[in-house]
Design a protein around this ligand. Structure first.
Ligand code: FAD
Ligand code: SIN
Length: 518
């Protein structure tokens, strides 16, 4: 068993920001970050467009950013949270810059600002089209300088340790005492006991298979919190990004940033028509749910497998300067932006709901915090405004840091049992896990995708019960590995999405159910 003061699960923008702040303030305390792949692997690393924040007080204002966020959230945002995040955003970004993150500036050294769907002003600060990679680089470099941070890469958090693991403790309140962790290289499982634990484990795009998210985004933190009986909400609000590169396969795919549409690119169907204008006067820069549904409807009408993003009318040299990564990646796929249209489809991109937290990042369990994409703060409501998620991750890491600084958690005296593996068998082949994962992803795309209806959701619920029973059986009887734990977590997350979709009896924000189509 390992002991630490502050345990953080995940090494994206949320987890690393919290680690840096705690390490700076408490040089004598131990901060441990467990992360299930290489330490840089995360949704953060792939963020393109940038971070939305008000830096241009002549053209923009906090009020306008607040209004845009509330409009996107369609009545379900928590106004107090929206105001707090948007007003604190620039401070957090300045702090990130002080740790070495570089954002694009003009010849006068002023930040250059991009625009994305739903924003009334140019306010997205960025590092070319690889903003997330730059943030991740800067944060990891800062953690390297701090002696009291231990990052454990290739360590998979399996389950939170709570009263559930100590039946002799008869208490009403559930507390978190750390987590059981699988060392993905040796295969051994051990406990990490912590004074307090923060989930910073990111999103769940892999539940749909076809996603802009990398392989690590399997909703583990949400599933762990759910099993530990924490409150989880707004899981029906999955944001589908309209423009994921289409290569004919249903797996993680490269994102074509909304900033490219902000730069003037047009969406066209195969006939060359700018069809989005028939759905919304804002055209390509309508909110993501509207553009994704317009594409979905266009594809269903025409029977085509994708639509296209046309950049051929744009100034190519400028495009290359702003979007070098997108330009090069398209070229590698034989798409020359000067001449060819990019084939695109909507793909699962972001989870607006998650583990419910209060304004200090506290979950409903004692000594358990959450921040970043796995959390539900109230900022996004029914739909997230583009580039508001990195902002939320930075601000909430800081909120948790401030709360912990004022309310230092006590050392826990409880003694934690070793992980019990007696009686388990080695899984004969990993093929079954692969098959079940694909089955789950197909089910979610088919029955709980961009456009849903109650009949499909009920069908999904029934089919998922079967998958749940089969997965639990595999989990109980076999030695654990990453794929098995991830499958179990994705089944839990799919259950939450389906059940919370069935409870919502209206269309709102990013949630669209044909049965409520007025
Ligand atoms: P992540 O960055 O996803 O980090 C989660 C970490 O948890 C990872 O290190 C992961 O390995 C680890 N982890 C997960 N489960 C476990 C486990 N069981 N055990 C141990 N470790 C675990 N947002 C914006 O604001 N602007 C953008 O321009 C933007 N562009 C995007 C482009 C793409 C392609 C994608 C996919 C997302 C984009 N987003 C953008 C969304 C944004 O990147 C994420 O919401 C944000 O980075 C989430 O940060 P996080 O720290 O919460 O999670
Ligand atoms: C993008 O660059 O289009 C993604 C931005 C986001 O998800 O906020």
């Amino acid at each position: 068993m390992m002991e630490t003061n502050f345990l953080i699960i995940g090494s994206g923008a949320a987890g690393l920001t919290l680690a840096v702040k705690l390490a700076e303030k408490f040089p004598k305390k131990k901060i441990t970050v467990v992360t299930k792949a290489h330490q840089s692997e995360s949704n953060t690393k792939y963020a393109q467009g940038g971070v939305a924040a008000v830096f241009d007080l002549k053209e923009d204002s906090f009020q306008k950013h607040i209004e845009d966020t509330l409009i996107a959230g369609d009545g379900l945002c928590d106004k107090k949270v929206v105001e707090m995040v948007i007003k604190e955003g620039p401070l957090r970004l300045r702090e990130l810059m002080s740790w070495g993150a570089n954002f694009d500036t003009n010849a006068d050294g002023e930040l250059t600002l991009g625009k994305e769907g739903g924003h009334s002003k140019f306010r997205v600060i960025h590092h070319k089209d690889t903003t997330g990679n730059e943030i991740e680089r800067a944060l990891l470099a800062r953690t390297d300088q701090l002696q009291n941070i231990t990052i454990l890469p290739h360590h998979f958090a399996i389950d939170l340790i709570t009263e559930h693991h100590f039946p002799e403790l008869k208490t009403e309140e559930i507390s978190c005492y750390g987590t059981y962790v699988l060392d993905q290289i040796s295969g051994s499982i051990f406990a990490i006991k912590a004074d307090c634990t923060t989930l910073a484990s990111g999103g769940m795009g892999q539940v749909y298979g076809h996603t802009t998210n990398p392989a690590v985004a399997t909703g583990d933190g949400i599933a762990m919190a759910y099993r530990a009986k924490a409150r989880i909400e707004n899981m029906e609000f999955i944001q589908f990004h309209p423009t994921a590169f289409y290569d004919g396969k249903n797996q993680s795919s490269f994102l074509i940033s909304e900033a490219v549409r902000g730069f003037g690119a047009f969406l066209r169907n195969k006939k060359g028509e700018r069809f989005v204008l028939d759905y919304d006067a804002r055209g390509e820069l309508a909110s993501r749910d509207i553009v994704s549904r317009a594409i979905d409807s266009e594809m269903k009408k025409s029977g085509e497998e994708c639509v296209f993003l046309d950049c051929t009318h744009l100034e190519i040299q400028e495009l290359k300067i702003h979007f070098p990564n997108i330009y090069e990646t398209c070229l590698k796929n034989n798409i020359d932006l000067e001449e060819d249209w990019i084939p695109v489809v909507p793909a699962s991109h972001y989870l607006c709901g998650g583990v419910v937290v209060d304004i200090d990042g506290k979950t409903s369990l004692k000594n358990l915090f959450a921040c970043g994409e796995c959390s539900h703060t109230g900022l996004h409501g029914a739909n997230r405004l583009a580039s508001n998620s990195l902002l939320e991750a930075l601000v909430y890491a800081d909120r948790i840091f401030k709360y912990i600084s004022k309310n230092l958690p006590l050392r826990t005296t409880i003694s934690i049992a070793e992980w019990n593996e007696s009686g388990v068998e080695m899984l004969k082949s990993s093929e079954i896990l692969q098959q079940k994962t694909v089955e789950l992803q197909q089910l979610m795309r088919r029955f709980a995708g961009v456009v849903r209806n109650n009949k499909d959701l009920k069908e999904a619920s029934i089919r998922l019960e079967g998958l749940y029973a089969e997965t639990e059986d595999l989990y109980q009887k076999h030695k654990l590995n990453t794929s098995l734990c991830q499958l179990r977590n994705m089944v839990n997350v799919a259950h939450l999405i389906i059940q919370q979709s069935l409870v919502r009896k209206e269309n709102r924000g990013g949630y669209f159910n044909e049965d409520y189509n007025q």
